[in-house]
Design a binder for this molecule. Structure first.
Ligand SMILES: *[C@@H]1O[C@H](CO)[C@@H](O)[C@H](O)[C@H]1NC(C)=O
Ligand SMILES: *[C@@H]1O[C@H](CO)[C@@H](O)[C@H](O)[C@H]1NC(C)=O
Length: 221
């Protein structure tokens, strides 16, 4: 004879087990689905207003502490960054809109004071790609990183006028359409920009990395 130990109780117990397992799977499914939807709809484009403090050592032998503020929009799917430099504390620097198009490997500066556009190859030593930049800026904003930084300078020479803006891709096209647009060339020889020349140069200060960059854009002399 077989010992019959309440077969009905056992099956109802396993029924409850299956039901709760099913519920857990369903809940997990919902959680993953909402994470996916959240990522898809919110993370494809993100906007952040961000500020950094830096020591300005470029024009004065004394360290002067300044703050730079910019609005950063990052488009993860399209692989580009749009930066709006708000009216800077440093008087000699122009407010600007900047696009870094990682797909095309191009950077465009719209100098708002002159209402002119300048295009040059994207320099990945200076500009972090979208995900890295986003992570950096979120940490800077939280105050967990980079309370204080430094500035470097790069000098560009204005070269030829660009007539066909469409060849630059739709993001730069949107930024520069209707504005006089020029190509830039990096000046490699390091030297100090003298006073007389400085009058023909404009300055844009911005950050897309752990340091601030002053891009000096000069007319050919
Ligand atoms: C990128 O920027 C760095 C720092 O200013 C500079 O040393 C380097 O030559 C630049 N690279 C290109 C390809 O322009
Ligand atoms: C600066 O521009 C002015 C007028 O456009 C010109 O006369 C002068 O020679 C320029 N200076 C330099 C150093 O290019």
């Amino acid at each position: 004879m077989l010992p019959l130990s309440s077969p009905t109780g056992r099956s109802s117990l396993s029924g409850v087990c299956y039901l709760s397992m099913g519920l857990i799977v369903l809940l997990l499914g919902l959680v993953f689905a909402s994470i996916y939807i959240y990522k898809y709809f919110l993370i494809t484009q993100s906007v952040l207003r961000c500020g950094v403090r830096y020591d300005d050592t470029l024009y004065s032998p004394f360290r002067q502490q300044l703050e730079l503020l910019e609005d950063v929009k990052i488009y993860f799917e399209d692989n580009y960054e749009q930066i709006n430099v708000l009216v800077p504390q440093f008087g000699g620097s122009d407010p600007a809109d900047i696009v870094h198009d990682f797909q095309r490997g191009l950077t465009a500066y719209h100098d708002m004071a002159l209402d002119k556009c300048y295009v040059i190859d994207l320099n990945t030593t200076i500009v972090m790609p979208p995900h890295n930049l986003w992570e950096l800026l979120v940490n800077v904003k939280k105050g967990t990183y980079l309370p204080q930084t430094y500035i470097i300078q790069e000098e560009m020479i204005v070269t030829e006028h660009i007539n066909d803006l469409e060849q630059l891709g739709s993001f730069i096209y949107r930024l520069c359409n209707g504005k006089e647009t020029y190509r830039l060339k990096r000046r490699t020889a390091r030297r100090r920009i003298n006073r007389r020349e400085a009058g023909n140069c404009s300055h844009i200060r911005h950050f897309e990395n752990t340091f601030v960059v002053e891009t000096v854009i000069c007319k050919k002399s």
